[in-house]
Design a protein. Sequence first.
Length: 620
Amino acid sequence: MTSNPSPDPNPDRRAAGRPSPLFLGRMLGKGTPFARGDTVPTIRRLWRDQMRPHRGALSLVLVLIAVIAGASALYPVLIKEAFDAFTARDASAIAIAPLLVIVVTSVRGFALLGQTVLTNRVISRIEADMQTALYSHLIDADLAQLDRESPATLTQRFTTDFAYIKEALTRLFTVLLRDGATVIALVGAMLWIDPVLTIVAGLIAPFVAQPVARLGRKLRRVATSTQEEIGAMANLISESLAGARVAKVFALEGYLKGRAAQAFETVRELKVKAANARGRLDPLLEVGGGLAVAGVLVLIGWRIVEGNSTMGEFTGFITALLMAAQPVRSIGNLNAIVQEAMAALRRYYDILDLPPAIVDRPDAQPLALTQGEVAFRDVRFRYRDDVTALDGIDVTLPAGKLTALVGRSGSGKSTLMALVPRLYDVTGGAVLIDGRDVREVTLASLRAQVAVVSQEVVLFDDTIRANIGFGRPGASDAEIVAAAKAAAAHAFIDALPEGYDTRVGDRGSRLSGGERQRVSLARAILKDAPVLLLDEATSALDAEAERMVQDALAVLTQGRTTLVIAHRLSTVRRADLILVMDRGRIVEQGRHDDLVARDGLYARLQRLQLTDDTEKHDAV
């Protein structure tokens, strides 16, 4: 199962020589969104869980960033010295200055290349690791957790959310670290050239930082809403396309188009809000930069006129100031990107932080079946606090016998069956196999003893051979073919151009409903488990295929504890025990003839089925 790292008891600690994400908030000041709310803890966790394993490569990135910043700071200093030398009519400067400029810019250029390549490699690795962790967690998650969000919404986590996260991580190294270090180095160069001018230029920064911070907070809220709406939109599209057949039959095209248009418009409006908020940053930064340059021009111009500064100082300082303008703008715009990524990261960690409830207990032991008796002892179950699905189920399924569940739709039959392999855990009572509570044994050993065939067939986009082989990994081709024959599937498989190597398509779309169900049944037959759970296992078969499968099941169920949900008399009549369910309770139990003689709910259901079957026969 996926395990989450325990919280760091001392989150401020730093290993010697290792960069810490705390500098993000400190570099930008406590008044910015970087230092507010859950941003710093989230970044700290990102560092600890995903980035720290790559600290060797990240340290090399930091070295390259330092080289880039140092080379950038040298450039205006060289300009200053060159102009001062030219003013002093030093002829040697004509040869030396250009060579030094070429060396400095070449070093900076190669360092930029190395930093970009290495950063992209590390971030791609981090993204893949995060996606793998999220996927592993979802695969291990409880069905109750997965049912809370649609597959399309969960899929969107792997696309849109990770696009935000990857973009922010890339900007972290290319903008915040690289450009931040460059700005610091350039400020150092400006201080060396003229401290007074540097102070004048720096006075403008506080007036620009506060509006930028406010815009960042607004973008965080808009980004969260946008990502949620994109998830809902993805779910709507998936649902609409999956139901295209029904939509066309019932002329629902207009309805679906209207829903989609409304969803698209909601997302559009949120994106416009975000774009407008980001758009306000450029004028703020542009005006701030203009004010800084104007103030410097006034002061240095006056000082040159008075003879207190040189043209070299003027040229070098202006060069440094203009070189710092672009990275400062990039850092200002970074806040918007980080806020969008923070919303995506929060959603990512919200999923990872929800531990599965159905896990092995510390003292869980492997399940070793002796007879295969399944018992429900005062079992109660609720999907939600206000809805009771099962209420006081107390019954024993005889070992090696066939037990049938019948009842109206929604009476709790599928829920009761799902408790055996612990797809859900009881909210009261216990499920026992050979006297052992299923919560006291390991999940792997429990589910190895149980085979399931559901009316909702799940096939993976692989070959028929692979889909059957999932029942028992390592099974031989002969065993797979034998299982297919037992499930009445071999004939149609053999008739396919590629036979058992035919790919079934997305969710088995290249096969008919009956073919998919026979492949699913073959998978269960191959597993050869002592406990069989059959949920309407023959519901999609025609009469001839059903007869063949029923004959195969009659052999397969011999000596196995079998629980079957079925409405057809052919299955129910031969059951050793019939359980009649209504509103989450067992209201009748016995054999077919005894239940018919009681003239209760079972008898009424049988009469309704006989009437339906007669009407269908007459219609044919």
